[in-house]
Design a protein around this ligand. Sequence first.
Ligand SMILES: Nc1nc2c(ncn2[C@@H]2O[C@H](COP(=O)(O)OP(=O)(O)O)[C@@H](O)[C@H]2O)c(=O)[nH]1
Ligand SMILES: [Mg+2]
Ligand SMILES: [Zn+2]
Length: 329
Amino acid sequence: MEADISKKTTTPDDSFREGIVIRSTAGHLQVSLGSIIWRCKMRGRLKKGPRVSQTLAVVGDRVRFSVLDEAADPPTGVVEEVLPRRNRISRMAARRSGGNVEQVLMANLDQVVAVQSVMEPAPQTGFVDRLLVAAERFGVDGILVLNKWDLVSEQHDRDKWEYFEKLGYQVLFTSAESGQGVEDFRQMLKDRISLLIGASGVGKSTLLNAIQPELGLRVNEVTGKTGLGRHTTTRTELFPLDTGGFIADSPGIRGFDPWDIDPLEVRDYFPDFLEGQSECRFRTCMHRDEPACGVKKLVARKIIPGWRHAAYLALLGDLEERKKKLGYR
Ligand SMILES: Nc1nc2c(ncn2[C@@H]2O[C@H](COP(=O)(O)OP(=O)(O)O)[C@@H](O)[C@H]2O)c(=O)[nH]1
Ligand SMILES: [Mg+2]
Ligand SMILES: [Zn+2]
């Protein structure tokens, strides 16, 4: 697309540009191209069909747009095409009219970062497990950040998080307050496209502020201005990092129901189950009530912690119930 970008526009509409959606609000997209941010509308025909416009182009999407007014401030354009996604992170969201719908939080990302705090608020049971299932499902790296480490002693409940580390996920123990782990946090985001996910109050904005002050301020400003920003889950915005890369700070997400995972598939997204799974008597074993279950044997031997198996069973139960009720897919 280099040729298109450098080509001089003489009349509107005579060339396409390609950029990344950094913000999507009702009716408009902000599209980043180099250091310029374009304000774009969606071509009407793209909005037809079963998909809602929010899903049509989300933060991280690469779009091709035609120029409306390059001299305007900001310059304006019309999105003609949303380019195929390399990946995405989606969750199940309730539709106002009833039923459920896929909510794409972000497209084309390198990693999804689950942020929790050790206290105030306490970690949410099952949140990390569910998010990592989604990361495995969509082919995105999963990273954990446990913040507010200054509020507890060094050894506080560390085993659970170190277990995820053993599974191969990167885990950071941070304190935006004391500065612990902040440099690691910066390095982890460097040159990558990341999505931060966590409940409101865990310290996402403060951590961002610690690595790039003006970024943190902007994040706060965005959530402050709308008044409801903190609890709307639909507004995710992408910010460029000084170190290279982009970060999206999603406003406080409480629960995370991964989209498009069949109950029968969930077990495959728990990498710690694979070894035991090969020992199950039944190939279709769901590691629940079946006899001679290799996974439950590992749980009994405490090689797989009980809480991890419980998180699996809870997610499995939710997905089965939903499938029965909605018959999705
Ligand atoms: N003690 C302590 N407080 C923190 C830390 N990080 C953030 N906070 C506080 O937690 C509250 C929520 O932080 P904020 O960044 O707005 O959370 P967000 O909703 O995830 O963006 C604020 O009062 C912060 O000052 C930390 O590492 N230690
Ligand atoms: Mg925030
Ligand atoms: Zn089994």
